[in-house]
Design a protein around this ligand. Structure first.
Ligand SMILES: Nc1ncnc2c1ncn2[C@@H]1O[C@H](COP(=O)(O)OP(=O)(O)O)[C@@H](O)[C@H]1O
Ligand SMILES: [Mg+2]
Length: 247
């Protein structure tokens, strides 16, 4: 089944068209990167798809549910992680996770076991009994991201998952995304870093001014930019970006 089928989605704020007639399909198990400069409409697109905001026009099915008719069902199926840290400072990392897991319907036993497993995945086991207020911002963000995985969402949205992170946390975050991809998790991630899109994503959607400029696998984008080049040095995503993206 398709995880996302969006048809001519548009979101206007007054005269400003944040998302402009965007059509996009994502298959289950795909990791898709929305790549574009600040203001391209990446965050607005995932907020629409997570049914946190209403489209001005157009429609989308997310995990089989219509974002306008069944927003509750959409929100049950997806998880959205942004750089906004949603954690209680005076609870420990583990206490936070167990709390959120139980809110999502897990039993105490399941909550503890799932939390410990995810803490291990981002190498935070050593810190799990520390109150969140004593953790570095990179560590907080690692906890924040696994919070989004506690209830095994069918679709995970990551909005700029590596922005502002220290090198170690960035590396742990990339490893986590690579592992999720291996496990068949469907992920939509937004980024303005060509490196992350190139290394983590099965498919890349280049966005500018609310519209899709181009989309495809790295190989497909290479052919788009350089149809005659068959062998030799591979065109990097950065070069593709510079060639396709309007100024
Ligand atoms: N709530 C809002 N009200 C008014 N304008 C908004 C709102 N949210 C986003 N925008 C505008 O929509 C455009 C796209 O923003 P956004 O989706 O955040 O881009 P990106 O995530 O790619 O940086 C920007 O011009 C932004 O200023
Ligand atoms: Mg954004």
């Amino acid at each position: 089944m398709e995880a996302i089928v969006a048809t001519e989605l548009t979101k206007k704020y007054g005269k400003l068209v944040a998302v402009d007639n965007l059509s996009l399909s994502v298959a289950e198990g795909e990791v898709v990167g929305l790549l574009g400069p600040n203001g391209a409409g990446k965050t607005t697109t995932i907020r629409l798809l997570a049914s946190l905001i209403r489209p001005t026009s157009g429609k989308a099915l997310v995990c089989g549910h219509d974002i306008s008719r069944n927003p509750e069902r959409v929100r049950e199926s997806v998880s959205l992680v942004t750089d906004k840290i949603i954690l209680y400072e005076r609870l420990t990392a583990l206490e936070n996770l167990v709390f959120f897991a139980q809110l999502g319907g897990l039993s105490l036993k399941e909550a503890i076991s799932k939390s410990n497993e995810l803490l291990e995945d981002v190498e935070m086991t050593r810190w799990k009994n520390k109150q969140v207020r004593f953790l570095s911002s990179g560590m907080k963000q690692r906890i924040n991201v696994i919070r989004g995985l506690l209830n095994q969402p069918r679709l995970l949205f990551l909005d700029e998952p590596t922005i502002g992170l220290d090198p170690r946390s960035t590396s742990k975050m990339r490893e986590l995304i690579a592992r999720l991809k291996n496990d068949g998790q469907t992920v939509i991630l937004t980024t303005h870093l060509t490196h992350d899109a190139e290394t983590l994503c099965d498919r890349i959607v280049l966005m500018h001014a609310g519209q899709i400029v181009a989309s495809g696998t790295l190989e497909e984008l290479r052919i788009l930019v350089n149809p005659s080049k068959v062998t030799g040095a591979k065109t990097s995503l950065e070069e593709i970006y510079m060639s396709l993206m309007p100024e």
